[in-house]
Design a protein around this ligand. Structure first.
Ligand SMILES: O=C(O)CCC(=O)C(=O)O
Ligand SMILES: [Fe+2]
Length: 308
């Protein structure tokens, strides 16, 4: 792990029991201190990664009216763009993108004649990143001594693949790509083609995440804070388009508890020093009620919604 001024970097490329235990404790330490870390994960070949970025560029090249067909009943899970607070930002979301039929169904809305290459590419990418998400989740439940909840957690998780494009700011335009916020889901695993993502540490310092082809940035969200009864807290993050000469793309897999699954922190994490922070809640209902997947953008906090 790096110095106080660096974000932790954790290598997931080797396997074996010794490595597993070492990586597991690095994960827990990083999450408790920063709520995030950079994962070196080489299970996605470079040509697959390049094909995914190519597919994403093709998607953003579609006319705005077409992109707007990407609708989700959940706020911020479908097409978003031209927002006054984020004029450089545009995103689309693919719910359950790890399931081939779902990826295809959403693809066919955008390309009624079909685009099997696109749906297969984003589905394969989502599956690979979901494997990393499941490794991290397994390590968290093991570190907390809560492995008995692992299957329930795994079976209650859904995934959304969100792809984002940030335009280069024009002269005189603000360079904020996305304002500071924390995510509300369980975990977000993000790959970027150019630097731009910045993380705020607990001491208030902003750190810019360095891009490399095999690095995936793991951020935890408010739902994990609730499930761990405050042990892991999400880090504020933002995107600054500083010194860019070309658009920036990021591809992020969001995991969250399925709508209809009411959850609360396991009783093992509740005691005198750690009183229960939140009443049981359903993430789908909370998302609909709060109006945004991003804390700090919506005025409704989890504390006001179901805090104790
Ligand atoms: O594009 C990025 O790097 C950040 C995206 C993000 O934070 C989000 O969609 O919640
Ligand atoms: Fe975020």
């Amino acid at each position: 792990m790096g110095s106080v001024h660096d974000l932790p970097v954790i290598d997931f490329s080797s396997s074996g029991t010794t490595e597993w235990n070492s990586v597991k404790s690095q994960v827990q330490e990083a999450l408790e201190e920063f709520g995030c870390f950079k994962a070196l994960f080489n299970k996605i070949p470079q040509d697959q990664l390049q094909a995914t970025y190519k597919a994403v560029e093709e998607l953003f090249d579609l006319p705005v009216q077409t992109k707007m067909l990407n609708y989700s009943p959940y706020p911020t899970h479908g097409y978003l763009g031209r927002l006054p607070a984020a004029p450089l930002y545009e995103s689309l979301g693919f719910e359950n993108a790890i399931i081939p039929e779902e990826a295809e169904k959403l693809t066919n809305i955008l390309w009624p004649q079909g685009n099997p290459n696109f749906s297969k590419t984003i589905q394969a990418f989502s599956v690979s990143v979901s494997e990393l998400e499941q490794l991290v989740k397994t390590m968290i439940v093991q570190s907390l001594g809560l492995e008995k909840y692992k299957d329930e957690i795994m079976n209650s998780t859904n995934y959304l693949l969100k792809v984002v494009k940030y335009d280069v700011p024009k002269t005189g335009e603000k360079n904020i790509g996305m304002v500071s916020h924390e995510d509300r889901n369980l975990m977000t695993i993000l790959h970027q083609n150019n630097d731009g993502l910045e993380i705020q540490t607990k001491t208030g310092e902003w750190i810019r995440v360095k891009t490399s082809p095999d690095s995936f940035f793991v951020l935890t969200g408010e739902s994990l804070e609730a499930w761990t009864n405050g042990r892991v807290q999400p880090a504020p993050h933002r995107v600054m388009m500083t010194g860019s000469s070309e658009p920036r793309y990021s591809i992020a897999l969001f995991s969250f508890f399925k709508a209809g699954y009411k959850f609360q922190a396991p009783e093992e994490l509740v005691d005198k020093e750690h009183p229960l922070l939140y009443k049981p809640f359903d993430f789908g209902e909370f998302l609909s009620f709060s109006g945004s997947q991003m804390r700090s953008i919506s005025n409704i906090t989890l504390k006001t919604y179901c805090g104790l």
